[in-house]
Design a protein around this ligand. Structure first.
Ligand SMILES: NC(=O)C1=CN([C@@H]2O[C@H](COP(=O)(O)OP(=O)(O)OC[C@H]3O[C@@H](n4cnc5c(N)ncnc54)[C@H](O)[C@@H]3O)[C@@H](O)[C@H]2O)C=CC1
Ligand SMILES: O=C(O)CCC(=O)C(=O)O
Length: 429
């Protein structure tokens, strides 16, 4: 398979046809500004020293300090982190946040580490990248298999290194360490606001709308719950071990209550902990979930889930990309040919970074907001930018994804042009 970054760049090339930004500006956006690879030595509980590979990529900082999460996953590699940083750049611009794009990651299966090993790895990662980040430079946050506890350790480690409490260096922290109300639920909540606004355009009634959600973590479980509460029929959900499917609809609140990172969804369900009153459920694979005949499909796990291999099997009418990059560009073309609406990651999952931005603002001002305030601001921003993107799609007769890139590119192009070329050869010195 082609590199994820070159595949991501195909979306940029498609959108560039619809905007009049300078050739200099578009050329700059094709490459990450800086990529750091580090080795992180960690003393394991049994006394061995183990070295982990870590990455941090700052893709573009034209519109502000770079921003993006940190992923702990066995498949993390530089190409993936660069692509995720690319998407962050366009996501922040699409939401009009005064931020650029970045991402980080460590190649590790955190489920195999003890809590103390995880803490040493988290602190070691910050030791290794401390010169590369900072409240005015690059501000990390959580992503797959990282959480507020890890963000708290990381903020503390950065503060130790610089001998100064620095809450604004990282977002997604525990509330007791300067975290924001609503950050833990922001990605799923923001996606829900966009979904509701877009479904209203198709006159869809929640009670008559079936949904399948791939990935039941921070992002997927929150949107599944909000959809359940709003009356949608969430018929299938999954995690890395596989999924469960009930045509009559799943009891999401009960499942949420019993699901933990160590208990798979299938275990929660099949051992009867939760749903022993429901008899018509069945276990399914992640591939089967993606191909279900549902109205809405929500990939909320990892990238490259819908490819040229399985795109023709997709039956959903609408796809909301809560995960980053779940559909390859080749599959995108195939889904479009089938008349499936795909609402893109750089809009749909932008709630996380939007509330991270709020957290950073609160840390810098010292004034903290209520959850109602956070969610009201989040809703306004998600719906406003979602409507703009929808209008661009209608006006130019293009897909929502291309429209989202056009929207972001107009802002990025303006900023790049305003800054000038910063050419290193032009002065002739
Ligand atoms: N956490 C955040 O604030 C944001 C997350 N995202 C994106 O949302 C997606 C999910 O992230 P989180 O929910 O934060 O991660 P998480 O670590 O909380 O949950 C990940 C979920 O995906 C499942 N999963 C892992 N591999 C899978 C596979 N091969 N098939 C099906 N499920 C699998 C896991 O079991 C877990 O349920 C990622 O693409 C992430 O980049 C996007 C924006 C913000
Ligand atoms: O909250 C943030 O700063 C970044 C969230 C993130 O990594 C993402 O949107 O993919």
């Amino acid at each position: 398979m082609a590199s994820i970054l070159s595949d991501a760049n195909r979306r940029l090339e498609r959108a560039l046809k619809y905007v009049s930004i300078s050739e200099d500006a578009s050329e700059r956006l094709r490459y990450p500004k800086a990529s750091l690879t580090v080795s992180i030595p960690v003393r394991m509980d049994d006394g061995r020293l183990k070295v982990f590979q870590g990455y941090r990529v700052r893709y573009d900082d034209t519109r502000g300090p770079t921003k993006g999460g940190i992923r702990f996953h066995p498949d993390v590699n530089l190409d993936e982190v660069q692509s995720l940083a690319f998407w962050m750049t366009f996501k922040c611009a699409a939401l009009n946040l005064p931020l650029g794009g970045a991402k980080g990651g460590v190649t590790v299966n955190p489920k195999e580490l003890s809590k103390f090993e995880l803490e040493r790895l988290s602190r070691g990662y910050i030791d290794a990248i401390a010169n590369f980040i900072g409240p005015d430079v690059d501000i990390p946050a959580p992503d797959v298999y990282t959480n507020p506890m890890i963000m708290g350790w990381m903020m503390d480690q950065y503060s130790i290194i610089y001998r100064k409490l620095s809450p604004a260096v990282i977002t997604g922290k525990p509330l007791s360490m300067g975290g924001s109300q609503g950050r833990d639920t922001a990605t799923g909540t923001g996606a829900f606001y966009v979904l509701q606004a877009m479904m209203a355009k198709f006159d869809r009634i929640p009670q008559n709308t079936t949904v399948a959600v791939q990935g039941f973590g921070n992002a997927g479980s929150v949107i599944a719950r909000l959809l359940f509460d709003a009356g949608y029929k969430v018929v299938a959900i999954s995690d890395s071990q596989g999924g469960i499917y009930t045509p009559s609809g799943l009891d999401i609140p009960s499942i949420q209550q019993f699901k933990t990172s160590t208990r798979s969804l299938q275990a929660v369900y099949c051992e009867g902990t939760v749903c022993n009153t429901v008899n018509d459920h069945t276990t399914i694979t992640n591939d089967e979930l993606l191909a279900l005949d549902v109205d809405i499909l929500i990939p909320a796990a990892l990238e490259n889930q819908i490819t040229a291999e399985n795109a023709n099997a997709i039956q959903a009418r609408y796809i909301f990309e809560v995960a980053n990059g779940p559909i390859t560009s080749e599959a995108d073309d195939m889904l479009s040919a089938k008349g499936i609406y795909v609402f893109p990651d750089i809009l749909v999952n932008a709630g996380g970074v939007t509330v991270s931005y709020f957290e950073w603002v609160q840390n810098r001002s010292g004034l903290y907001w209520s959850v109602e305030d956070v969610n009201a601001r989040l809703k306004t921003m998600m719906v406003t930018e979602g409507e703009c993107i929808w209008k661009i799609a209608q006006d130019l007769d293009i897909r929502p994804r291309t429209a989202a890139y056009v929207h972001a590119l107009e802002r990025l192009g303006d900023a790049l042009n305003a800054k000038g070329t910063r050419d290193y050869y032009v002065s002739g010195i």
